[in-house]
Write a new protein. Structure first.
Length: 329
């Protein structure tokens, strides 16, 4: 087994520390939002938010990338404007541009231009094209829980048309909405089905394996040529309860080719090495291979999951940016 695979992580969220300081004790929904975030982290990470941690910014992430020997990250702002009544986002695309600038070739922009319907589709389309053409955005996140309607609302169609025109993959929150005050029905995997029936050429990456609707999104990925499955976020839970991960990944590999599974973070940066190492060493136990018919995980599959699959979608060079450590280094 090779231990020198290229590694790429999407969905690395940064938050503006100044904004967090301004709103933490001001808007009532901020406290409710953080309480629901803690619920997710209880399963995915085991982290208590009360513990003091470095701020979620580029300078912090690059250290954890080096520790985990991660070559490339795709970094994006955190929206959540609904917790302040539509007043402010937790970070902006300009904040992200400034943050990643010192790390060319290591950090790429993952645009996020929503809430698309709330702000006006024409405004979101302008910003998407601006970020792709002027700032080399390689992915674009669509986070529909904070928007007015589900992913398959026909008012979204012009935005999907623009994504096809720009040939930029959309990374899409799928499954339940984890945080207050956002509804879950906006991102049920069925909504992906209706979008991709009209836009079969649109590349969509389903974040979080659409938990708790994982088997449904796996079936849809088997149906739609350009629907990909991301372990983002949920990989933290899979590492903590590995048989859950073995079943999910094993089932996915019965429906789709291995190139359709990609890695992401969406976790506290301190978790980076933990989840990347789990995928580096991923193997489905013999017992589950026999009893469920799951395939053996090959080194080629691991290489794809760790980074080459995502690199192909994002059109970046999948060569190592950081060398493997040795005992003497």
């Amino acid at each position: 087994m090779s231990d020198d695979h290229f590694v790429a992580l999407s969905e690395c969220h940064f938050m503006n520390p100044a904004t967090l300081a301004e709103i933490s004790n001001y808007y009532p929904n901020t406290k409710r939002w953080w309480a629901s975030v803690q619920g997710v982290l209880r399963a995915w990470s085991g982290i208590d938010l009360a513990e003091k941690r470095p701020p979620p910014i580029a300078e912090t992430l690059i250290g954890y990338m080096d520790e985990a020997e991660v070559d490339v990250c795709f970094c994006l702002r955190e929206g959540m404007m609904d917790i302040s009544g539509g007043t402010i986002s937790l970070s902006t695309n300009q904040f992200m541009i400034d943050q990643i600038k010192p790390y060319p070739g290591r950090m790429y922009l993952e645009a996020m231009v929503g809430p698309i319907l709330r702000r006006g589709v024409e405004n979101a389309i302008w910003e998407l094209e601006h970020l792709v053409t002027e700032y080399d955005a390689r992915l674009c996140k669509v986070y529909q829980p904070e928007d007015l309607a589900p992913l398959d609302d026909k008012r979204m169609w012009p935005f999907y048309e623009k994504a096809c025109e720009l040939d930029i993959p959309l990374t899409v929150h799928t499954g339940m909405s984890y945080v207050y005050p956002q509804p879950s029905f906006h991102t049920h995997p069925d909504t992906l089905d209706r979008v991709l029936l009209d836009f079969p050429e649109l590349k969509m990456i389903a974040y979080h394996m659409a938990w708790p609707h994982t088997e449904e999104v796996i079936g849809l990925a088997g149906k739609h040529e350009n629907l990909y499955l991301s372990l983002s976020g949920i990989v933290g839970w899979y590492e903590r309860s590995p048989y859950r991960g073995y079943h999910a990944i094993g089932t996915a590999l019965q429906w789709v080719e291995p190139h359709k599974i990609v890695l992401g973070l969406d976790l506290p940066f301190v978790d980076t090495k933990r989840v990347v190492d789990w995928v580096r060493n991923l193997q489905i136990p013999d017992e589950l291979q026999r009893n469920y018919g799951y395939p053996e995980i090959t080194d080629e599959m691991r290489a794809g999951f760790l980074g080459t699959n995502l690199a192909r979608l994002a059109k970046i060079d999948p060569t190592r940016r950081i060398g493997r450590r040795t005992d003497s280094s």
